[in-house]
Design a protein around this ligand. Structure first.
Ligand SMILES: *Cc1c(COP(=O)(O)O)cnc(C)c1O
Length: 397
């Protein structure tokens, strides 16, 4: 069986299904099988092999075949030349930083990012590896321009940002980065490649936590970096051969299955989250709602320009109530599950309190405690009824 080629002329959904899959040469199965092997057969004379090669098939820590199939699919969906898939979203972030940065380099990153970015760059890398960091509100282009130094190597942004749903202008920031010899990485986890493709907007790297929308079923962890082959090859070797952050074949296979329905799922997440954001926005028991699809969102215009067709399924909101009432509200929910993570089939909610250590980096309205809600694939009306009954409106739902 020859490997089928799929070009860019095919639509997103067609590529989500077909790229990376092929007929199994041995059995004729129309799904590539899961290969739970640690090692691959050596050639007659193995002495010429590079034991640290992370591109071929030799030893599964260096990379496995199920991982390679998933990489083909994700590179295509994210609009990049190449992709490396790793054990988690954080493995992707740390692999990128570890491979790219040298002592003496300077990094600019968003004031609101996934917590591991703050821990890695601002607590670990600057102390251990002498890497300078500047934290800026990257929704403010002038603040980024002002933070640039001759030794700035990387700008890292997250848009929409977790958990405050701030938006940064990918194209404008990529222009600042490139005119100053720096690279731009964008954590695209909250949008997913269905709604936003940072590489097409000028970013050098797109980071995805596959644990979230891309797998979508809450049962496997993974992470990906999409970008150009040359830089990704370094990351591949560092992350897998040296750091051992390789994804298991089983998780790669689960995610390969999950991503097939990404377009259908994202349509429903987008539509349902928009309706629920609008609903919450009209309630007098709601203190504020942050959702980039709402016209009252601070950076709605930028979101609308770089996200399409929708704004994802995550929103944050605060109640017109005290700390304890937020806990009581979550406790009364019957469908929406109290748990961290996002992008699952089921709706998830988490109360982020007034004592969050990065509170001072959040916009003011987030200072009194708030709820991050990841809208799942349940019927929208059931979710609205659940929210109503938990606040004490609309009976027992
Ligand atoms: C969850 C998340 C990550 C980390 O991904 P893991 O797979 O949990 O390691 C990174 N960035 C964002 C925006 C996330 O939401």
């Amino acid at each position: 069986m020859t490997k089928r080629q799929y070009g860019d002329e095919l639509g997103f959904s067609t590529r989500a299904i077909h790229v990376g899959n092929d007929v199994d040469g041995e059995t004729g199965a129309i799904r590539r099988p899961i290969t739970m092997a640690n090692s691959y057969q050596l050639p007659y004379d193995p002495t010429e092999l590079n034991w640290s090669d992370a591109g071929g098939l030799l030893y599964t820590r260096n990379g496995g075949c199920n991982q390679h199939y998933l990489q083909q699919k994700l590179a295509s969906l994210a609009g990049g030349e190449d992709c490396v898939v790793l054990a988690s979203g954080v493995a992707a972030l740390s692999g990128l930083f570890f491979s790219l940065l040298q002592s003496g380099d300077h990094v600019i990153f968003s004031s609101v990012t996934y917590i591991a970015v703050y821990r890695l760059l601002h607590e670990l890398f600057n102390n251990k590896f002498n890497i300078a960091t500047t934290i800026v509100d990257t929704s403010d282009i002038e603040a980024i321009r002002a933070a640039i130094r001759p030794e700035t190597k990387l700008i890292h942004i997250e848009t929409p940002s977790n958990p405050v749903l701030g938006i940064s202008d990918i194209r404008a920031i990529s222009e600042i980065a490139h005119s100053n010899n720096a690279l731009l990485s964008v954590d695209n986890t909250l949008a997913s490649p269905f709604n936003q493709r940072p590489i097409e907007l000028g970013a050098d790297f797109c980071i995805e936590s596959l644990t979230k929308y891309i797998n979508g079923h809450g049962d496997a962890m993974g992470g990906a970096i999409i970008g150009d082959t040359k830089l990704l090859n370094q990351i591949r070797t560092q992350s897998q051969v040296n750091l051992g952050a390789t994804i298991s074949p089983f998780n790669a296979c689960l995610i390969m299955r999950g991503v097939v329905t990404l377009p259908l799922r994202m349509k429903q997440h987008n539509e349902s989250a928009m309706k629920i954001a609008e609903f919450l926005n009209e309630q007098d028991w709601v203190r504020f709602v942050a959702y980039p699809g709402l016209k009252n969102h601070r950076q709605h215009n930028i979101a609308a320009a770089q996200m399409s067709p929708g704004f994802g399924g995550v929103l944050s909101f605060g109640l017109n109530a005290d700390h304890e009432s937020h806990n009581r509200f979550v406790d009364k929910l019957k469908i929406i599950t109290p748990a961290v993570s996002l992008g699952h089939d089921e709706s998830l909610i988490v109360f982020i309190g007034e004592n969050d250590e990065r509170q001072h980096l959040y916009p003011n309205e987030f200072h009194n405690g708030f709820l991050r809600l990841s809208i799942g694939l349940e019927d929208t009306n059931d979710l609205i009824k659940d929210l109503q009954q938990a606040i004490g409106l609309g009976g027992r739902g």
